[in-house]
Design a protein around this ligand. Structure first.
Ligand code: CTP
Length: 409
């Protein structure tokens, strides 16, 4: 049997990027031989094995045939006769379809190296269409390598468009899609992921609520970029520049969905878009089974981001309601993430990227003031049950009034 390094490890070494995990392909072997060497099978009828010591993935060279719709619709044909070239041709991109032996000799039948140099994401063959998840993968690679100047080859974009139009994307499982989306959002230029999905018409299939924001105007005074879709891309871009966590990036992407529902005759104003957007945010959250912390933050940011921007004008009672809604006493981190998302929203506007956001410290100070109310003295005064709750609220309100006065706003 011959063993080759394949995929991302070869690509990233040639790009001079750090290689994190290595995938191997094994030519000329049977499953029985792999098992006899101590490799552990990954799944019952999947020709992939884990190395007994390193835990790295070793896949038998295989050809793939499509047998139906969706992820379940694959049959694998792995046999010792399958050649390296046959294995490589069914992979997604030419830059991912190179192999290397232990002497670092490159096998590159589909010119991945040439495309690396030309900074092109190009599909290897029509077999690309066997897995519609690749539409998301290409968009993710575009986001990752945008800074290096990579773009999607026009013929690959055309194929991605065909896949989007075929209805195949709907057959993807939430888990597989979310894995790509969450990884893409954590790249340095996550906005490119959305741009590429939009360019190939996948966005209107995967997230029609986000797609609908393009072409929707906002008031120029607050939004010099005017277009709500462009604003959303900028907010996402800011979230990456500021190294925000996934929860914040997800909330940034979804914060303005309500603006897509405004009747045209009301443009460019979007009255109550925060509240109207909640059902859309919920739908997107559920479609991809986003983790609970992402879901929660996206809904809270959707509902309260305008409160964040108006923090300095809010009455103490409204500030208190905001802090209560966030359960800031038990969940201080979540409130920090809310503040971060509001700040990204404020900066994700044309020409305003460097603006100050005094609301952030003001909100932090308000949370500290409300949190500083001690419960013990109230217990000592004999308050209990709902009365205790009311008394705590009254004291917090007092603290917030004093805070607002001291800040003289
Ligand atoms: N691959 C593919 N189609 C997919 C998934 C994977 O063709 N839907 C192939 C590609 O050749 C890819 C390799 O399997 O390079 C390994 O896949 P994976 O580990 O998911 O990705 P990497 O290319 O290693 O990229 P990353 O750095 O994002 O992990």
């Amino acid at each position: 049997m011959q063993i080759y390094k394949v995929g991302g490890a070869v690509r990233d070494r040639l790009l001079g990027k750090p290689v994190t995990d290595i995938d191997w392909v094994v030519v000329g072997a049977t499953s029985e031989e792999m098992l006899a060497k101590g490799f552990r099978p990954v799944g019952a009828d999947f020709p992939v094995f884990l190395h007994p010591k390193s835990g790295e993935e070793y896949a038998l060279a295989r050809t793939e045939r499509k047998s139906g719709r969706g992820y379940g619709g694959f049959t694998f044909h792995a046999s010792p006769e399958v050649t390296l070239e046959e294995d490589l041709i069914r992979r997604d991109l030419t830059i991912n379809a190179m192999a290397e032996d232990d002497q670092q000799n490159l096998t590159d039948p589909y010119h991945g190296r040439r495309d690396l140099e030309a900074r092109l994401l190009r599909h290897v063959s029509p077999a690309f269409a066997e897995d519609p998840l690749r539409v998301l993968r290409v968009a993710r690679f575009a986001a990752r390598y945008a800074a290096l100047g990579f773009t999607v080859a026009p013929e690959t974009m055309a194929l991605m468009r065909q896949l989007s139009e075929s209805g195949e994307l709907q057959a993807l499982t939430a888990e597989r899609s979310w894995k790509e989306i969450s990884r893409a959002l954590m790249e340095d230029q996550p906005q490119v992921f959305i741009e590429v999905l939009r360019a190939c018409d996948a966005l209107k299939v995967l997230m029609p609520e986000v797609d609908a924001l393009f072409g929707v105007p906002q008031p120029e005074a607050h939004h010099p970029e005017i277009d709500t879709g462009l604003h959303t891309l900028s907010v996402l871009e800011q979230s990456a520049l500021h190294k925000q966590p996934l929860t914040v990036r997800w909330a940034c992407l979804l914060h303005d969905l309500g603006k897509g529902l405004t009747p045209e005759e009301d443009w460019p104003r979007h009255i109550a878009h925060e509240h109207k957007g909640l059902k859309l945010i919920k739908a997107v959250n559920e479609r991809f089974k986003a983790p609970k912390d992402c879901q929660e933050l996206a809904l809270l940011v959707g509902e309260y981001h305008t409160h964040g921007h108006r923090a300095l004008e809010l009455k103490p009672s409204t500030l208190l309601e905001l802090l209560q809604s966030f359960d800031v006493y038990r969940r201080p981190q979540r409130f920090e993430e809310f503040i971060a998302a509001c700040e990204m929203d404020a900066r994700g506007r044309k020409g305003l990227e460097q603006r100050n956001y005094p609301q952030a410290d003001y909100l932090r100070g308000a949370a500290t003031a409300a949190r500083s109310v001690a419960v013990q003295p109230l217990l000592e005064k004999g308050f209990k049950g709902p009365e205790l709750g009311e008394a705590i609220k009254r004291e917090r309100l007092k603290a917030l009034k004093a805070y607002k006065e001291a800040a003289s706003v």
